[in-house]
Ligand binder design. Structure first.
Ligand code: PHE
Length: 358
């Protein structure tokens, strides 16, 4: 090729190059050791000195020109590539995100948390007890002896087999004891039947065994009853036990606290009615009905009473020194009133059409 043609061709081809690979091919074609320009230099030896000088100068300048064109084109192509990459990897931060579904709290949990907040603000501590309970704490310690007809008030799920339970009062180490191992009688192991607690009241005794008055606690928790289910009965449900003990706690204190609680929970004034009732572990006992509107329907909401002396005794407290009130309120019942749910079984159904409403 003639030098003139080389320059024209090179310019055309370089201009047309679509990518770096093509450009590299052109570099080889024109500028490599066997390229077009090198051919020109090789042909110089056959020329006269004058011609050689002339053409050599021209070839050198053509070489530089082509080099420069390739350099420019290469920059251009790299820039284009960079822009394409940015375009491709661009993130639109203004695009709405993908929503993913998270769960939410169960209505009973919502109600329980709210109720606990109210009682905590009134100075009550939150205490928990076991769902798997002994016959002693669930019944005997609450003044419900074996074979007493009052046990019929709580249909019970019994567990099979007896359990050896150490009597808590025998746990205190006796320093004067010489024998390193105690005999069966000395360990005072009681053979106890186990059951699913039928109410949260056993925690009254468990707590008073370990803590001295004055005390103010609430105990939320799951309870179980072996009975037929219907719209207002489930085999499991949630209760909140309340207990306040001091030297002078009275039924008037109870009324004030429960009224304050109900007013705050329902965010309106609530009429309450204390009806005489019977529980073996309170004396006197009452049932509390509430009414949210004048002339509205009375709804039975909780059981309560003044702690029975026998219960203090079972927990090792002197009933002549202490008095207090206890109450048990159904959290399911509160949730049903709050959310206007007409069937307690819905809470345990796992039915998403129901649960998604909260
Ligand atoms: N434990 C009783 C029940 O389940 C309720 C109650 C608690 C009554 C405390 C009096 C005092 O039915």
């Amino acid at each position: 090729m003639e030098l003139k043609t080389i320059k024209i061709e090179a310019r055309k081809e370089i201009k047309r190059a679509k990518n770096l690979k093509e450009l590299d091919e052109l570099f080889k074609k024109y500028l490599s050791k066997k390229g077009e320009i090198a051919q020109i230099f090789k042909s110089l030896k056959n020329l006269s000195e004058r011609e050689r000088k002339e053409l050599g100068r021209k070839a050198n300048s053509a070489k530089r020109e082509i080099e420069e064109m390739i350099r420019k084109k290469s920059k251009e192509l790299q820039e284009k590539l960079r822009k394409q990459k940015i375009e491709k990897e661009k993130i639109d931060v203004t695009r709405p995100g993908k929503k993913f579904t998270t769960g939410h709290l169960h209505p009973l949990t919502l109600v329980q948390r709210e109720v606990l907040e109210i009682f905590k603000s009134m100075g009550f501590s939150v205490v928990l007890g076991p769902e798997l309970e002994t016959e002693w704490y669930n019944f005997d310690a609450l003044n419900i002896p074996k074979d007493h007809p009052a046990r019929d008030m709580w249909d019970t799920f019994w567990l099979q087999g007896n359990q050896k339970i150490p009597n808590p009062k025998s746990q205190i180490p006796n320093k004067s004891q010489k024998n390193l191992r105690l005999s069966a009688e000395q360990t005072n192991l009681k053979s106890e039947r186990l059951l699913l607690r039928t109410h949260t009241s056993p925690v009254q005794v468990r707590y008073m065994e370990k803590h001295n008055p004055p005390l103010r606690i609430v105990v939320p928790g799951r309870c179980f009853r072996h009975e037929a289910t219907d719209a207002s009965h489930e085999i499991q449900f949630y209760q909140l036990e309340g207990l306040m003990v001091d030297e002078n706690v009275s039924a008037a204190n109870f009324r004030a606290i429960i009224e304050e609680f109900l007013r705050r929970f329902f965010k309106q004034n609530i009429e309450i009615c204390l009806r005489p009732s019977y529980f073996p572990f309170t004396e006197p006992s009452f049932e509390i009905d509430i009414r949210r509107e004048k002339k509205g329907k009375w709804t039975e909401l909780l059981g309560a009473g003044m702690v029975h002396p026998k219960v203090f005794e079972a927990a090792g407290l002197n009933p002549k020194e202490w008095q207090g009130f206890a109450f048990g309120v159904g959290l399911d019942r509160l949730a049903m009133l709050r959310y206007k749910v007409n069937d307690i079984r819905l809470f345990y159904s796992g039915d998403l059409r129901f649960l998604k409403q909260f």
